[in-house]
Design a protein around this ligand. Sequence first.
Ligand SMILES: [Zn+2]
Length: 371
Amino acid sequence: MTIYAAERLVTPHEVLAPGWFRVDGDRITEVGAGSPAETAERLDGWVLPGFVDMHVHGGGGASFTTGDPEQARRAAAFHRRHGTTTMLASLVTAPPEQLLAAVRELVPLVADGTLAGVHLEGPFLAEARCGAHDPELLLEPDGELLDDLLRAGCGTVRMVTVAPERPGGMDLIKKLAAADLVAAVGHSDATFDVAAEAFRAGATVATHLFNGMPPLHHRKPGVVGAALHHPAAVVELINDGVHLHPAVVAGVFAQVGSERVALVTDAMSAAGAGDGEYELGGQRVRVANGVARIAATGSIAGSTLTMDAAVRAAVAAGVSVVDASRAASGTPARAIGLVDRGEIAAGQRADLVVLDDDLQVRRVARGGRWQ
Ligand SMILES: [Zn+2]
């Protein structure tokens, strides 16, 4: 058992400055305002719940995409150093055999807790909004292929991004919802009506809102308008200053609240690995000044973002630390069905990130153990 005295403790609804909490084993068992009565270990700066990244393809020069376990562990370790204590491995569109193999390969990493699950970002996407996905490899939503992928994953596939306007898209969303899996709308050209129907049919997430979909138009609000309008949809934001303007990020927080915003990195292997040439889903990616673009088309590929930087950018955009923290932890945790983490509250897993006054990562704990 350890008691921690935090200079600024970020709880779900306020900052306790100072605050304290108690960790027994891997759990937080008590939280309080002020200074603890017993001797405590001091934590300077901000103490936040560990970050939950529900959309990440890789980092630190390594990628989840092929399922290679050594690479996947390296990518996960890179993001852990940046405060991410829970992550889904996002797989970009690939031929079915390759996707099935990657999903199979990642099963042990979910079993040992390195990953919280797998997110299939494709292949059931719209060609017109394919972004960094190889348009040649996109497929119509196919329940049988989905079943094969779910079977290959033995329960590790948590989320699937679908373009609902493609034939079979709506059925696939219903199938995912019925299986208690997360259906996300993304890389989609859907109209407002079709996207709204998808959210009514059980989709609960919008994959990187604004990116991979038509821009918000006041007479044609499309996927963006439908996601913001639906009272329960969680919207992912890639808050790296490249994919979204800070004013748009602040505006989304103001409109829907941090209960419905999930900060994600959508990071590729290049995150933390410097400028140069990389590969994503079989396509060449060129990274210059930290911005990743598909070499052939110039389309923005994944990001080189980390969750700590996403939180700093949210605060710089005018979002409070409490709201930025919720969008980086509690909201994404709930969005992917994890209720045991994401908040500094009694009963939650002791996943912690300590940030200095400039919100740079100082220390990270996972299940009560400092990394
Ligand atoms: Zn994407």
